[in-house]
Design a protein around this ligand. Structure first.
Ligand code: NDP
Length: 259
């Protein structure tokens, strides 16, 4: 990862869990991004203290900007895009990571319309609204980049998905049924494919990434991988992505997950 330097990165759900882990992993790079936008719903709440402390401490060559953003609120997405646009100026945005998600412990018997709609609003519609709002900045990032080949250094959208969204892997329930969550991630994977189809011509990569089973508020009880290893692994995968990976579904080690 010695030569992996992305100018600007934005991620959602940066105040805890894997989002916060990703912030730490980016800050720990030999060449961290110049601008790292960690967005969260409540930047002034107690849950964002660790993130804000990281931002105050700063890091070599990286400005960590904490911004308010609720992926279910189009006005908050628009306001954040405006602020990011002012900071990145003509260089645009290089890397958008749609990480925020919710899950409710439901089964086929207990899932209901209200819960499923809430899960979709965050996990599937949220990433779509984010891509729409940040597309002008991503296009600018791709145009003005000195990279000719597709990569995260040029412009990319990473949707943090889950193996629970794989249609091929549902031959057992695994840790939970989580029906609405599984459906939302399968739909997110289709969004990744559509983005890849539409925006590769603009030089923008789109990939779905599974972080592995990580112990977080949303995640598994028995961890498959530690938070730090998952986050570092995903950043390493990001450093290697190329046109060959456009529209694929990979895990934190870079292994292909079947759709
Ligand atoms: P956490 O529950 O620990 O964190 C979820 C994050 O999403 C929080 O920062 C939360 O913010 C944020 N969030 C939720 N709703 C919104 C919203 N409407 N707008 C903005 N932010 C929101 O989950 P993980 O860190 O475990 O999950 C991160 C990603 O990894 C998710 O996409 C998840 O599906 C995926 N994943 C996780 C696995 C695991 O084992 N942990 C396995 C497979 C996939 P707030 O603090 O405000 O609630």
């Amino acid at each position: 990862m010695e030569d992996f330097k992305v100018q600007s990165v934005l991620l959602t759900g940066g105040d805890r869990g894997i989002g916060l882990g990703l912030v730490e992993a980016f800050l720990g790079l030999p060449h961290p991004p110049q601008l790292l936008f960690a967005t969260c719903r409540h930047p002034d709440g107690p849950g964002a203290q660790a993130l804000k402390e990281m931002s105050r401490r700063g890091s070599k060559g990286c400005t960590l900007v904490v911004l308010q953003l609720d992926v279910t609120d189009p006005e908050s997405i628009k306001a954040a895009a405006q602020k990011v646009g002012e900071q990145v100026g003509g260089s645009g945005l290089n890397l958008l990571i749609n990480n925020a998600a919710i899950a409710c412990d439901t089964t086929l018997e207990t899932e209901d319309a209200q819960n499923m709609a809430a899960v979709y609003a965050t996990n599937t519609i949220g990433p779509l609204l984010m891509c729409q709002a940040f597309m002008p900045l991503l296009r600018k990032g791709a145009w003005t980049s000195n990279q000719c080949k597709m990569s995260c250094k040029k412009a990319a959208i990473i949707n943090i998905s889950s193996s629970y969204g794989s249609l091929s892997l549902v031959d057992s329930w695994g840790w939970k049924q989580d029906v609405g969550y599984r459906c939302s991630k399968a739909a997110l994977n289709m969004l990744t494919r559509c983005l890849a189809l539409r925006y590769s011509i603009c030089g923008i990569l789109s990939v779905s990434l599974h972080p592995g089973g990580v112990k977080t508020d949303l995640g598994v009880e028995q961890e498959e991988v530690s938070l730090a290893s998952s986050a570092r692994g995903m950043v390493e995968v990001l450093s290697r992505l190329s046109a060959h990976d456009n529209g694929t579904f990979l895990d934190w080690k870079g292994q292909v997950i079947p759709w």
